[in-house]
Design a protein around this ligand. Structure first.
Ligand code: PLP
Length: 496
């Protein structure tokens, strides 16, 4: 399967090349035209275990990896790193389902992809070295730092918004160990970090490759190597619903996806393209509801206030992966997509055609929940359903309610609904605790809130979070946006 840019189909590359590069040289994202005829027998995947499904999906989409390479990647990615027996258990929440994606090493769904990406990348490397540049709204950073820690010939540099992540997320990154890791806070928001990284790619890639023989790459969800592992848990979720007797093969299942950069939900679209009998894919946003507006009106407008919410990993106004979806919705018209992205860069907005909107409507719904609704959802999930959920999942919970009301009004039948649960509630202990029980004492820190939450609910703190308390802060840099480039140049020294 070959990949090319969303903005031009001239140059086609293998999946290994796409994974090594992350972003296309022209600023577009790698896509393949073959996902709709990948030849997977979806029904037969329902008989397989998680790792076997990974193998089949990868074999179809990343077909320049040999069988042995894939098996090696798979055996190293997940084993021994998860707290639960099923990597991604499906459980009940009221009369809906939760797909629990947070039982990995950093307690957020990013682990599902970032345990795997370093494996895929090291198999793609020949004799070069790579520096991974990552902008994070909180969860990607730590998951990438954990995944790439001490990887051979690969370094990693992470930028996060200063003051824009939770206490626990901050500590997860600031205490990150490893001989090849660099971490800095940036005085700006996530979009500033992401734009800064994109600019460094554009300005410095060629020189660094020439002078230092190091390639720059990305662990952000724009990387094909992040996207593809995320397809698997949609299939796994469906399989588990079949096992529970909740559906028979072919029945529709709706997926509600707390969305920021549009990576997670795009993987759902890929799963559907590969044949999964998914129903609606629902884009659930927080107050930064640029996607809700887009899916309602066809106008994407990033010129709006950036709101800091209690679901910081979704505080995003430029959803990078939407570009891939636009490519597919525009039937592969690269110059059309390039035009939209030019409008976005120059005017801060773009508008799609009615034909594109119709295509998107076939698959997606969109709605959002504000902070107050998210907090109410956290409390309701606990008091009514006995389930502790994090603020990102809470956005999904509220949006699920809204969707059901819509369906009821339209006289449509109820469909089994899976809410993707993207982080452990303990990662956002303060907001979760306060939403249910009110404030703790004045000087309480993230650890006090974790302890109090565990005590009041009887749920246990994930080990990787409990262990943070004893770890020293190793990374203290706080940068102006203009200092990011020099930080990257300096950080290359970890590669020798
Ligand atoms: C990253 C993240 C999201 C959003 O996922 P996207 O792929 O960026 O849409 C939602 N919830 C949590 C907890 C996350 O870390």
């Amino acid at each position: 399967m070959l990949y090319h840019s969303t903005r031009s189909s001239q140059k086609k590359v293998s999946s290994k090349e796409a994974i090594l590069q992350g972003l296309c040289p022209d600023g577009g994202l790698y896509v393949s035209d073959d996902i709709f005829n990948a030849g997977l027998d979806m029904k037969s995947l329902m008989e397989l275990d998680y790792e076997q499904i990974v193998y089949e999906v990868f074999h179809a989409l990343l077909d320049d990896y040999s069988a042995d390479e894939l098996k090696d990647c798979i055996s190293k990615a997940y084993r021994g790193k998860f707290e639960t027996e099923d990597l991604t258990p499906v459980s009940q929440i009221g009369d809906r389902y939760l797909l629990e994606l947070y039982h990995g090493p950093t307690a957020a769904f990013k682990d599902m992809a970032l345990c795997m990406l370093p494996q895929l990348m090291s198999k793609a490397l020949k004799d070069e070295k790579v520096m991974i540049l990552t902008a994070t709204s909180g969860d990607t950073g730590k998951a990438a730092l954990a995944g790439f820690r001490d990887a051979e010939n690969i370094g990693i540099t992470v930028f996060f918004p200063d003051g824009g992540v939770s206490d626990i997320q901050y500590l997860q990154m600031a205490t990150a160990e490893g001989s090849n890791v660099n971490v800095a806070a940036v005085k700006g928001n996530f979009d500033d970090c992401q734009t800064g990284v994109k600019q460094i790619f554009a300005r410095c890639s060629d020189t660094i490759r020439k002078d230092r023989r190091i390639s720059l790459s990305s662990a952000n969800s724009i990387n094909v190597g992040r996207l593809v592992p995320q397809i698997v848990y949609y299939i796994e979720a469906y399989k588990q619903l079949m096992k529970r007797g909740a559906v028979s093969y072919g029945d529709k299942v709706d997926f509600i996806v707390p969305t920021g950069n549009f990576g997670d939900i795009l993987a759902g679209f890929y799963a559907k393209a590969l044949g999964l009998p998914a129903g609606r894919l629902v884009v659930a946003s927080n107050e930064n509801n640029v996607l809700t507006d887009f899916f309602t009106t066809g106008v994407y407008n990033k010129k709006r206030p950036f709101v800091k919410t209690i679901s910081p990993s979704m505080d995003i106004l430029v959803s990078s992966n939407l570009e891939r979806m636009l490519y597919y919705a525009a039937d592969g018209d690269c110059s059309y997509v390039a035009g939209l992205m030019k409008d976005l860069a120059e005017k801060g907005s773009f508008e799609v055609t009615d034909a594109v909107m119709e295509k998107l409507d076939e698959t997606f719904d969109a709605a959002y929940a504000d902070n107050e609704e998210s907090k109410r959802a956290i409390r309701k999930a606990w008091e009514k359903d006995g389930r502790l959920i994090d603020p990102h999942t809470a956005v999904g919970y509220r949006v699920a309610e809204l969707m059901e009301e819509d369906r009821k009004e339209a006289g449509e039948a109820k469909v089994p609904t899976v809410i993707l649960s993207t982080a452990s509630p303990f990662k956002f202990a303060k907001d979760v605790y306060e939403a249910i029980f009110g404030p703790l004492h004045e000087n309480a820190d993230g650890f006090d809130y974790m302890a109090a939450l565990a005590e009041k609910t009887g749920e246990s703190i994930p080990k990787p979070l409990a262990e943070l308390k004893a770890k020293p802060v190793l990374h203290k840099s706080v940068l102006e946006i203009g200092e990011m480039e020099q930080f990257v140049i300096d950080s290359l020294k970890v590669l020798g």
